[in-house]
Design a protein around this ligand. Structure first.
Ligand SMILES: Nc1ncnc2c1ncn2[C@@H]1O[C@H](COP(=O)(O)OP(=O)(O)OP(=O)(O)O)[C@@H](O)[C@H]1O
Length: 229
């Protein structure tokens, strides 16, 4: 269970959200500049809220009342950035291994990089560099890097936005399967109503920092299309 109840002043408005999500895939929707990325960054520990509370499965990430602000590296949060943020001078395998280096023994990681690359169908690309990959392949490598750290939650910032329609549909299916296999919550920012209809178990709509809950999405597709346009 992810619990978030935070406030953060942004230049033009106050981001103020309070929700709790069980397992499954949660979509965060809303127009450009609504505060979606900032919300993900607060969960990941890359940005601090001004006040409030964030916890995952009872582990407190942030609590202004008690002065807790767990550093990002201790939160076990996987983050797939909007532009994938792969390291250009590292191969696919080195990119995938990046988050694991140095702390594998200490934190008892069990995953083999080859298994993860295999699962994401990029083993044959392991010696290539990011500029030798297609958009869909980069996305898979970014996912592999996030999963290699064995996160307790995966945050995805518009993971499918740079992809053509065919690849988008394929990766959408794979993300759904991956979430089922992995069994950790995924929180995904998207602008695409098809992504939401197909992938999301629940959704949160943000507009100028305020939240609107859409409830069960599959029965509300017309509202959803309206909201995401
Ligand atoms: N580092 C920053 N410094 C100052 N203002 C920022 C910073 N990052 C974001 N903002 C502002 O905070 C607001 C929310 O930004 P955020 O990136 O969270 O929106 P978003 O909903 O993810 O947008 P998009 O869909 O375009 O990615 C925007 O008005 C943005 O200009």
């Amino acid at each position: 269970m992810l619990e978030v109840n935070i406030q953060k002043a942004l230049p033009d408005f106050l981001l103020k959200v309070a929700f709790s999500f069980a397992n499954g895939i949660t979509a965060i929707l809303g127009p450009s500049g609504a505060g979606k990325t900032t919300l993900l960054q607060c969960i990941a520990g890359l940005v601090s809220p001004d006040e409030g509370f964030i916890s995952l499965k009872g582990k407190v990430f942030y609590c202004s009342g008690e002065g807790v602000n767990l550093p990002a590296r201790l939160r076990r949060v996987g983050y797939v950035f909007q532009d994938y943020a792969l390291f250009p001078h590292m191969t696919v395998k080195q990119n995938a291994m990046y988050g694991v280096k140095g702390c594998k023994e200490k934190r008892g990681y069990r995953l083999s990089v080859i298994d993860v690359l295999e699962m994401l169908k990029v083993t044959h690309l392991q010696h290539r560099y990011p500029d030798e990959l297609s958009g869909g392949e980069k996305q898979r490598v970014a996912l592999a890097r996030a999963l290699m750290t064995e996160p307790d939650i995966l945050l995805l910032d518009e993971p499918l936005s740079a992809l053509d329609d065919y690849t988008r549909k394929q990766l959408r299916r794979e993300l759904k399967e991956l979430q089922g296999k992995w069994g950790i919550p995924f929180v995904m920012v998207t602008h695409n109503s098809e992504d939401v209809k197909y992938l999301a178990d629940q959704a949160l709509y943000l507009h100028e920092g305020k939240q609107y809950t859409l409830g069960q999405l599959r029965s509300a597709s017309s509202t959803l299309v309206y909201l995401t346009r």
